[in-house]
Design a protein around this ligand. Structure first.
Ligand SMILES: [Zn+2]
Ligand SMILES: [Zn+2]
Length: 140
């Protein structure tokens, strides 16, 4: 019951919301098709897929520049310009870049709620503008 009312990452709508039966069906299908993945990896890739979908929608709302095309972003490459370190699909940055952020920015980016994608978009926009990691400020 709480499962039906707590908001979840929805792959069908690319949203963090209270899932309807169709939403759960798609999520279950996805996990079924990816049953070869272990739980953590499966969750991480599912989450990355939903976030890519959300970013895609933001881009269509023209709140993100056209150059930002999440469907071509490799989820295992650190998005910091010039950084060549790998990262996990579930992480926004490689560990070195992550710990270069100010603690307040890290705390903000670690929160998972309906503003999480706005925060990620802010981070990516600042990286795109070559903002130094220490200067990155996350507002929502
Ligand atoms: Zn949904
Ligand atoms: Zn990095």
């Amino acid at each position: 019951m709480s499962r039906d009312h707590a908001p979840s990452m929805c792959l069908l709508h690319g949203a963090f919301h209270t899932m309807a039966p169709d939403c759960w069906r798609l999520a279950a299908d996805w996990y079924f098709r990816h049953a070869d993945l272990d739980d953590d990896t499966g969750r991480a890739i599912y989450q990355a897929a939903v976030e890519a979908h959300m970013l895609d929608q933001l881009r269509h709302d023209r709140t993100l520049p056209e150059s930002e095309n999440p469907t071509t972003v490799d989820p295992t490459t650190c998005p910091t310009p010039g950084c060549t370190f790998p990262k996990k699909a579930s992480q926004y940055l490689c560990p070195g870049c992550w710990y270069t952020l100010q603690p307040a920015a890290r705390r903000a980016l670690s929160r998972r709620d309906d503003l999480a994608v706005r925060r990620l978009a802010e981070l990516r926009e600042q990286l795109r503008q070559d903002t130094a990691l220490r200067q990155v400020v996350i507002t929502p």
